[in-house]
Design a protein around this ligand. Structure first.
Ligand SMILES: [Zn+2]
Length: 340
């Protein structure tokens, strides 16, 4: 996920977060395996997976800010006295890695941060400039929220915008202090932890949502952690490789699992969602290619392809789908016109 998260917060009805409230709902998925489902926030936090090992804990993804990771660490400490020894970053998007520093600072010298080689490079090349850019552009967004506040007509709207303003201001202040913390251990295809009672397979299965997406697979417990390669919302495609993504989902789907912890939304059961995402991505690419073949401009492709996809898929995705799909058509058009 990258940008339109404000939209999600609006759609969820301005759920305010009282300060001090827990940021995650912990949901047991298998013995000693939890999904930490992120509650709505001004800048979205990714879900995490918490996996107990014999002598420590492995956590997948670290959210959009160190304070969110620290909030999860407090929740983990209520589950177990074991230290977090491994953190996995599924990919380089801000909402999955910007909290990294919280782990080594909580357990100095004792935490390995694991990612694919591509994800580590992406954090260096793209993640860091994006943080700097956001520090410069977020004040405009805050100014816009202040304008919205002045125009708000109901007490409820005012309260919701004030909460967004509070979170946005705190996020900007925190962003300025983030110490980008790179993965300390990388791999190209797979890294397997054999830890007594549990085996954890950390896998790169092909390009998908980004070129460095990692899946975390527990073969005995039949649990798969998918990051943003598959989740409960609408796919965000800005940094994606759509044709490869279909193939990668096909490969992941062949693993033997019952439960899926995605980067956003609730825990997913079974494989239907893999079929849905593959079909959606295929239709998106086919329809956009056919529109492009007929000489359609980007604007007319956006309209015709989005209309088709909304009719076919809106009831199968989250409420933000009609807004997100237009960006997906623009991405598809760019891939078809310029390749990558
Ligand atoms: Zn993402």
């Amino acid at each position: 996920m990258m940008k339109p998260h404000l939209v999600v917060l609006f759609l969820l009805g301005f759920l305010p977060l009282a300060s001090g409230q827990e940021l995650f709902d912990l949901k047991p998925v298998a013995d000693g395996v939890y999904a930490a489902l992120a509650k709505p926030a001004f800048r979205v936090n990714s879900n995490a997976a918490i996996i107990m090992l014999d002598d420590g804990v492995l956590v997948v993804d670290t959210h959009s800010k160190p304070s969110a990771a620290r909030a999860l660490i407090e929740q983990i400490k209520k589950l177990t006295p074991k230290p977090v020894k491994y953190v996995v970053n599924t990919h380089f998007h801000y909402d999955h890695y910007q909290g990294n520093e919280a782990y080594p600072s909580s357990w100095p010298g004792g935490v390995e941060i694991i990612s694919s080689e591509a994800t580590r490079k992406n954090i260096q090349r793209l993640g860091i400039p994006r943080i700097k850019n956001e520090i410069l552009t977020l004040p405009e967004e805050i100014a816009k929220l202040n304008q919205d506040l002045a125009k708000a007509s109901t007490a409820e709207q005012k309260k919701a915008i004030q909460e967004n303003l509070r979170q946005a201001t705190a996020y900007l202040a925190e962003l300025k202090t983030v110490q980008v913390t790179l993965p300390t251990m990388t791999f190209d295809r797979s890294l397997i932890l054999h830890r007594g009672s549990r085996t954890v397979e950390i896998l790169w299965l092909g390009r998908a949502h980004t070129d460095g997406d990692v899946f975390v697979y527990l073969p005995q417990e039949k649990v798969l952690v998918t990051g943003d390669a598959l989740h409960g919302w609408t796919p965000f495609m800005g940094d994606s490789y759509p044709y490869d993504w279909i193939q990668t989902l096909d490969t992941a789907e062949k693993l033997d699992f019952d439960s899926v912890i995605g980067g956003h939304g609730d825990v997913i059961h079974g494989k239907e969602k893999f079929e849905l995402w593959k079909a959606y991505l295929q239709d998106l690419m086919d329809r956009t290619a056919s529109s492009y073949s007929q000489g359609d401009s980007l604007d007319s492709a956006k309209k015709s392809v989005a209309d088709f996809l909304i009719k076919k898929y809106a009831d199968k995705f989250d409420p933000a789908f009609p807004g997100s799909v237009v960006g997906n058509v623009a991405k598809a058009y760019q891939v078809i016109a310029f390749a990558r």
